[in-house]
Ligand binder design. Sequence first.
Ligand SMILES: Cc1ncc(COP(=O)(O)O)c(C=O)c1O
Length: 447
Amino acid sequence: MATPHKSSPPVSATALWMFTCFQPAVSAWKMASVFRRTATRRVSIRQTHSLGLLRQTAIEELVKIKDAGTWKSERVITSKQGSLVTVEGHPQQNILNFCSNNYLGLATHPAIIAAAQAALQKYGAGLSSVRFICGTQDIHKELEHKIANFHQRDDAILYPSCFDANAGIFEVLLTEKDAVFSDELNHASIIDGLRLCKARKHRYRHMDMLDLEQHLKEEKTARLKLIVTDGVFSMDGDVAPLDKICTVAKEYGALVFIDEAHATGFFGKTGRGTEEYHNIIGEVDIINSTLGKAMGGASGGYTAGPKELIDLLRQRGRPYLFSNSLPPPVVATGIKAFDIVLSSSNLAERVRHNTERFRDAMIKAGFTIAGKDHPICPIMLSQERLASVFADEMLARGVYVIGFSYPVVPKGTARIRVQLSASHSDEDIDKAVTAFTEVGKKLKVIS
Ligand SMILES: Cc1ncc(COP(=O)(O)O)c(C=O)c1O
């Protein structure tokens, strides 16, 4: 049965008056909303066009990367970081990991984990502030003192990462009156940091002291001269000739800066880094390094050096002034890592032993390994494709390593970069060498 129409309620005189009075406003509102809709449509057409252009540009770049064979994919680890890991999509449970910067094996050290847990309880997850507003806790100061003490420097300043420490320092320190001399293979973060500063820039050939001197000779009138080098170069595992650099620096009245990301905590007899390796502790003027590799592996970076410089960085360093303070559990892992390294050099000794064992066995097996004395051991393979197939074959044998190719390393110098850790046992190393030998023979890299 059809529902009977209800009769409309009578329209009151007041309602009619209100409708008449507000009619223009209602129409204006309606027109405005039509205009808004049209404008939004026009903006969104423009946005769609811009977004399409952006997508197209990205796709073109991505295709170039794929075509060049330099695509980097991420393998997903489903366990803690360590010498044994599990990898998503890989049936084997305990895969031997030979490609992390966890040189001292501290990322999963029980004392480090306990320190992080205790700091989380006592200080919370984070500061929600930069350092100078309300982002400095007593533990931040404690860690900075510990770092300064470890490097035997006046003071130290923490950053969210070593990338930030490198990105921030040069523009604070150097002006157009100054000159900077940088090894051509320095880390990307140094290159970016130097781009931001106004000093005259010189790039000297990798570890070439004659070339460095040549550049220094061109800068007789510079106010400050700063030589900048990685302590250890991460792609080649080679160690900067820091003793020679310091001698040259003295001769030309230059300062020396080193990036110790691949040295702090484990390189040199007691893990004091490249200065200690060369027996010249205290000669370098400024040290930047990371907490994200050997020193617990969480994150964080720092500069250690003269008090006045550190004071100035606290006033002017942009990543310090404009980026969040390091979270308390991360700070606690840094403190504990320095405590461990300061209390004993056993772990540094173990890294040295493992490095020697691996390098010796691999050379004996017929491989070419770049670098010297350092746990970064690049197995040189030349061809890009070979490096990637080699890494896949290694994973199939339960050893996780990665092939490095252009643009990370120069064309035609593809390699597998092995990194030794104190957490590797002799047996782990021997298994890796056996796998390398098997794959090397299969792919005709060795006979
Ligand atoms: C030589 C060097 N410097 C700086 C960094 C950056 O360190 P962080 O991870 O603390 O930003 C790295 C990391 O890859 C490095 O290898």
